[in-house]
Design a binder for this molecule. Structure first.
Ligand SMILES: NC(=O)C1=CN([C@@H]2O[C@H](COP(=O)(O)OP(=O)(O)OC[C@H]3O[C@@H](n4cnc5c(N)ncnc54)[C@H](OP(=O)(O)O)[C@@H]3O)[C@@H](O)[C@H]2O)C=CC1
Ligand SMILES: CC(=O)N[C@@H](CCC(=O)OP(=O)(O)O)C(=O)O
Length: 305
C-alpha cells in the first residue's frame, strides 16, 4: 500500500517542486483536494485525516492554522515554513548536521524543514563550532545571495514583470526570519550579522562565512573539520578550493538536492571565506522536504531526489 501524502499549498513555489519530485513514486500517493476548495478548513482537515504525512508549503500563519486544524488526527507533519523551526515538539529536519538528527527525524511526528539561507549557514557553522574552530561567542558575519524564487509567488511575479532591480540587499534591520534557527542550531551566543541579497536569477543560492585565521584556524583545519563532519554524506560534499574554482556561482547546484562547501582564502594574510552553495528550491526547501519525508517513512533517503 502506498503512503498517503498531502501537500498543503501544492499550487505554490515549494509545493509544486515537491509534487514534481513525488510524481513518479510508486510508494507514494498524493491526497488530492478540489482546487476550488484548497483553502477551505473543512477540505484541508479531510485531507489531513486521509494522509500519513502532510507537507505544509504555506505562509507561516497558514502553517500554524493547518496544525490546529489537524488537532486529534494521526497525521505527521513536515512544515516548510518558518512557523515551527524553533518550536517545542518539532524536530529540526537537517539530517546531516548533528549526531542523532536522522534518527530523531525518523521517529518524529512533526518535522520542521530548515530555511534556505539557514541550511547553508548552519551547514558551515555547526561543524566548525563542534570542532572548536569557531567559538560560540565569536562575532560572525553571514552573507547570502538567493535567486528570486526564494521570495515565493509574489517576488517571482515582480521579477517576471521586470519590476525588480537586478540585485538588492535586504533584511537591513538584522531581524531576518532565519536568524532564530541559525542561532538555535549552531549554539552561537553572539548574534551573527546577517546580510542576505536577491539577484535577478530564478533559483540558486550562496552563503559566505568570512573568517580571520590564526590560533589553530587555518584553511587546512577548516577544510578538514568540514570534510570529516560530512564524510559519507549523500547530499553534502566538501570540495577543495581548486575543485570549486575561482568563481563561485550560486546556480551551480540547481535542480539537485546537493549542498557544496568550500574553504577559500590565504593563510599568509590570515583571511578566509567559507562558502556553501545550494539550490534554494532543492536542499533549501523542496529537496530537503522530500529527504525528510523519506527518512520519516523509512524508505531510501534519496528516493525521488
Ligand atoms: N521559495 C523558497 O525558496 C522557500 C520557501 N519556503 C517556505 O515555504 C512556504 C511556502 O513558500 P513558497 O512556496 O515560496 O510560497 P508561495 O507564495 O509560492 O506559495 C504559497 C502557497 O500557499 C497557498 N496558501 C496561502 N494561504 C493558504 C491557506 N490558508 N490555505 C491553503 N493554501 C494557502 C498560496 O495560495 P495562492 O496560490 O492562492 O497564493 C500559495 O499557493 C513559506 O513558508 C516559505 O517561507 C521555505 C524554503 C525556501
Ligand atoms: C529571497 C527571499 O525573499 N527569501 C526569503 C527566504 C526564503 C523563504 O521563503 O523562506 P524559508 O526558507 O524560511 O521558508 C526571505 O528572505 O524571506
Amino acid at each position: 500500500m502506498a503512503y498517503q501524502v498531502f501537500i498543503d499549498g501544492e499550487a505554490g513555489t515549494t509545493g509544486l517542486q515537491i509534487r514534481d519530485r513525488l510524481a513518479n513514486r510508486d510508494d507514494i500517493q498524493l491526497v488530492q483536494v478540489d482546487p476550488a476548495r484548497r483553502k477551505e478548513p473543512e477540505a484541508r482537515r479531510e485531507a489531513f485525516a486521509a494522509a500519513d504525512v502532510a507537507i505544509l508549503c504555506l505562509p507561516d500563519d497558514a502553517a500554524r492554522e493547518a496544525v490546529a486544524l489537524a488537532e486529534g488526527l494521526d497525521v505527521r507533519f513536515i512544515d516548510a515554513s518558518t512557523a515551527h523551526r524553533v518550536a517545542d515538539g518539532w524536530v529540526y529536519g537537517f539530517a546531516e548536521v548533528a549526531a542523532g538528527a536522522r534518527e530523531a527525524i525518523a521517529a518524529a511526528k512533526n518535522v520542521s524543514n530548515p530555511g534556505c539561507y539557514s541550511t547553508g549557514a548552519i551547514a558551515i557553522i555547526a561543524p566548525l563550532v563542534a570542532a572548536g574552530l569557531v567559538a560560540k561567542d565569536e562575532a560572525l558575519s553571514i552573507i547570502g545571495v538567493s535567486g528570486y524564487t526564494g521570495g515565493g509567488k509574489a517576488m517571482i511575479a515582480d521579477f517576471d514583470a521586470g519590476e525588480a532591480p537586478a540585485h538588492f540587499i535586504y533584511a537591513l534591520d538584522q531581524h531576518h526570519k532565519h536568524l532564530p534557527e541559525i542561532i538555535a542550531r549552531t549554539g552561537l551566543t553572539t548574534r551573527p550579522v546577517f546580510s542576505p541579497a536577491v539577484g535577478n536569477f530564478a533559483q540558486g543560492m550562496a552563503i559566505q562565512l568570512p573568517l580571520q585565521l590564526g590560533g589553530g584556524r587555518s584553511l587546512a583545519t577548516l577544510h578538514q573539520a568540514l570534510a570529516d563532519h560530512y564524510a559519507g554524506a549523500q547530499f553534502v560534499r566538501v570540495v577543495t578550493a581548486e575543485e570549486a574554482g575561482p568563481r563561485i556561482v550560486p546556480t551551480k547546484l540547481n535542480d539537485t538536492n546537493m549542498l557544496e562547501i568550500s574553504v577559500h582564502g590565504d593563510d599568509a594574510n590570515g583571511c578566509a571565506n567559507v562558502i556553501a552553495v545550494l539550490d534554494n528550491l532543492g536542499k533549501g526547501a523542496s529537496g530537503a522536504a522530500v529527504q525528510n519525508l523519506n527518512i520519516m517513512l523509512g524508505v531510501d533517503e534519496g528516493a525521488g531526489l
